[in-house]
Design a protein around this ligand. Structure first.
Ligand SMILES: [Zn+2]
Length: 343
């Protein structure tokens, strides 16, 4: 058997899912947990070398308002969950005896991958925990935060997260608030990557106008193939291409299936169609993976990290060269983070 191709992935929800599950979150990740799509033993066995580990604030209330928006999260509750997940990431790293590395630079990612240590990057999707003074951003940056999405798919004080709507483009709701614009400027200053997945179109355009960094949608697919509001329109993909940014393929069926059907039998061919389209539109150097493992419903052919190599095998059979596959699997992510972060 040939060695697996190293994968550096743009999005997982391991931290929030571990904390919603049984006790012993650190041990469950480090020693293996069958209810998770990503744990360390399976990641190591399948070449899943690292990725952006998202902090995401969950709520019980999923009631949509008259505009179709999910309810905002109160800041104190968001802060508590955000710190709990950030602390979990630090505890996992400490207790791993070197098997997990919290990476703050591209050089650290490359070194961790070369050493066979899981290269974790601290990411936040939806910064409800912060207040307009942005003090928390400075503190979290010092704690290793290197990428953030201003919103998840709900409104907060910074921006308007795109609601989940099949059959509608992301042009839903207004753009960044004044505090949101300050947030983008601070991210540029601190060299925190700004993630556009979950932004609506007005917010996307505001960030494109303000940010001096490559535009990145870490876990979004092609709207032209699956017309879901969470996916990237051609105009957004062109903006990503024009800034030398990146789009990461989301493995969630609802963001892949052309009719939006939650079909567990959906094949890898649908994922390939999205990759082909994205590569055609933004170029082979700007397409990567953003699995959304432990955060969304996936098909039977993509049960967990162990199946990612099957996707890469399908790319090889479809004619992608070894070099192209290495770019999609990890190189493009590391290069884009390096351009964003500097050294
Ligand atoms: Zn997400």
């Amino acid at each position: 058997m040939t060695a697996p191709i190293p994968v550096f992935d743009g999005h997982n929800d391991v931290l929030s899912k571990l904390l919603r599950g049984p006790a012993g979150a650190e041990t469950r990740f480090l020693e293996g947990a069958p209810d998770m799509q990503v744990d360390l033993p399976r990641a190591q066995a399948s070449g899943f070398a690292g990725g952006l580990c998202a902090v995401w604030v969950s709520t019980d209330d999923q009631t949509l308002d008259a505009n179709g928006d999910l309810p905002p999260v109160p800041q104190p509750a968001a802060l508590q969950q955000t710190l709990a997940q950030a602390a979990l990431l630090h505890r996992i790293t400490r207790q791993s005896n070197g098997a997990v590395t919290l990476c703050r630079s591209a050089a650290e990612i490359r070194a961790a991958m070369a050493a066979g240590s899981f290269a974790a990057v601290f990411h936040i999707e939806g910064i409800e925990a912060a207040t307009p003074d942005l003090d928390l951003i400075h503190v979290l940056h010092a704690a290793g935060l290197r990428t953030l999405g201003p919103v998840w798919s709900r409104p907060n004080i910074f921006a308007h997260g795109v609601p989940f709507v099949m059959g509608h483009d992301p042009d839903l709701g207004g753009g960044l608030s004044a505090a949101g614009k300050d947030l983008i400027r601070l991210c540029n200053e601190l060299k925190i990557m700004v993630d556009l997945s979950h932004m609506n179109d007005a917010g996307f355009r505001d960030i494109a106008a303000i940010s001096d960094a490559p535009l990145v949608a870490s876990h979004s697919n092609a709207f032209a193939i699956c017309p879901h509001s969470r996916n990237a329109t051609d105009r957004q993909l062109d903006a990503i291409r024009d800034t030398g940014g990146l789009v990461g393929l989301n493995f969630g069926v609802r963001f892949l299936h052309p009719e939006g059907i939650r079909d567990p039998e959906m094949g890898l061919d649908v994922m390939l169609r999205h990759i082909d389209y994205l590569v055609e539109r933004v170029g082979i150097d700007h397409v990567a993976l953003g699995s959304d493992f432990d955060g969304t419903f996936m098909a039977r052919q993509m049960r967990d990290v162990s199946d990612v190599q099957h996707l890469l095998g399908a790319l090889a059979r479809a004619g992608y060269s070894d070099e192209d596959i290495a770019k999609i699997a990890h190189r493009n992510w590391v290069a884009t983070l390096e351009r964003t972060w500097g050294q």
